[in-house]
Design a binder for this molecule. Structure first.
Ligand code: CA
Length: 227
């Protein structure tokens, strides 16, 4: 899952990014309304956290333009105001929920999970393949029912591969999804090999075989069933 944070206060933006990354989400940041639209045109996001007061184009403007562009990512609006008019305006413009500043980390994460759960539906949040199950909302991975501790990158790699189950995923698209802004083609290859190796070790079944298969020269695939 990839989340876009649109917030012009660097300190708050950094804090939100850290909090969400700890929950194993992939996170990009935009610091004004125009940058937000560039990002949204570039990549599909599972959620947008959108401040109202922004330079260049405010949150309402971003919502309006995003809608015109056909972006259908769910939106959590942030407002510094207690003005109910703003909240109503936000929800009327297509935001899914709003949060008034200041808010606690727990409150933010609860809202994020609620929106993602509503968006995906209760059952769709659980991905399964070959004894591995991954809950995209609670951010937990299990192998044969037992919880596995994964790092943020490992979780994102597994989530992306399972989301694309039975389809080959290229190394490039995997890197782009998992590393986003930190994507550096030259150093990426080794990093990815190490993460995949560690991930395979953690999720290998009792037969010692991993569900993640390498497709030489292309990338990886997770296949379900007997194949
Ligand atoms: Ca602001």
């Amino acid at each position: 899952m990839r989340i876009l944070i649109v917030e012009d206060e660097p300190e708050l933006s950094g804090r939100l990014k850290k909090t969400l990354e700890e929950q194993k989400y992939a996170v990009d940041c935009a610091f004004d309304g125009e940058e937000a639209l560039d990002r949204l045109a570039d990549m599909p996001y599972d959620l947008v956290i959108l401040d109202i007061m922004l330079p260049k184009l405010d949150g309402f403007g971003v919502l309006r333009e995003a809608h015109t562009m056909g972006v259908d990512s769910p939106v959590l609006m942030l407002t510094a105001r207690t003005d109910t008019d703003d909240k109503i305006k936000g929800l009327d413009s297509g935001a899914d929920d709003y949060l008034t500043k200041p808010f606690s980390t727990d409150e933010l994460l609860a809202r994020v999970r609620a929106i993602l759960r509503r968006k995906g539906g209760q059952n769709d949040s659980l991905l399964r393949a070959g004894g591995v199950s991954l809950d995209t909302v609670s951010r937990e991975a299990r192998i044969n029912g037992a919880k596995v501790d994964l790092t943020q990158r490992e979780f994102l790699i597994l989530e992306f591969l399972m989301y694309n189950k039975n389809r080959a995923v290229t190394r490039f698209s995997l890197a782009e999804h998992v590393w986003g802004d930190d994507f550096e083609p030259f150093s990426m290859s080794n990093f990815m090999d190490v993460h995949i190796k560690n991930l395979r070790k953690k999720i290998s079944g009792s037969d010692g075989e991993s569900v993640i298969k390498t497709i030489r020269g292309v990338g990886y695939i997770i296949k379900d069933g007997q194949e």
